[in-house]
Design a protein. Sequence first.
Length: 339
Amino acid sequence: MPEIVTFADGRAASRILRTPSGATELVGRSAAIERVQEVVRHVAGTEGGVLIVAEAGIDAESVARELHQRGRSSAGPFISVECGADGLDRLLFGEANSHASGDLESVSPDSRVSAARGGTLFLQNVPDLPASVQARLARVARDGEVRIDGASVTTAIRFMASAVPGVDADVKQHRFRSDLYRRLSASRIDLPPLRARPDDVPAIANRLLDDCCAAHDVPRRVFTQAALGLLAALSWPGNIAELRSVIERVVSGTREETIQVEQLLPALQLDRAPVPVVPAGTLREARQRFERDYISAVLQHHGWRIADAAEALGIQRPNLYRKARQLGIPLARISEQAS
């Protein structure tokens, strides 16, 4: 069962779901992810289908595994199937023909449907299911029974599925069966993109860094506050997968135990299309342009609150005022938010 904790700032314990070893997608304390944590806590105790809606770069399967591990069927198998895979009909149902024995769907003993009995069948990217497979799965989900070698067998399968935003349009335009959709979406979890929860980026980055160091068998490393501030200031169109990729490159590209902004910049540049650089000015002037853009991004991320931005940058508040004045960053905006 999930461990419920109370934070020192007095937020209700029932609103917090701590996941020390669970899905990275659920790490954080922002309002956006706390709502998801609450839904996960509730849905884990139910038995109906679950639809997890998330943009590319968010690992919906890790959330499905979290639900499975916290659910009533945790002792059963967790079977994951990519719905765009070749030979999907054979993979899910085996060699048995549809409706080969009476009204129940027939499957082979070596099929994924058979393997998932008593556990969870996770359908990754479910809108990619061919129409014929949708029809067969709808019958399995409806009946709760299949025929294996001619004998009627109870499946006791909990169906979970993932889809990108826009799956509702697929149903409305009849590209996806409404009866299967209803059974898969008895509960629905909409995972927010990383850009909608920038305050969670430092915690997620620290989790990914620990995981990456363990995977590469290297000593534990830490980010500076300035490095975390830079990560939090970015939009991350590739979501957590993009952030993980950057951190993996940093870990493999440096031996420093403390990761600073200087170690992050090469990895971040690799994730983006090359931008032609037109030499303009001296190295000092180029550095000043970078500092101005970076400090402005950190200030904007923290709502122009000088104390929070100074802490993220790892400098004293008076030094940040002086640096902003030197770089031409509007002090009026800072003053408005400083009190």
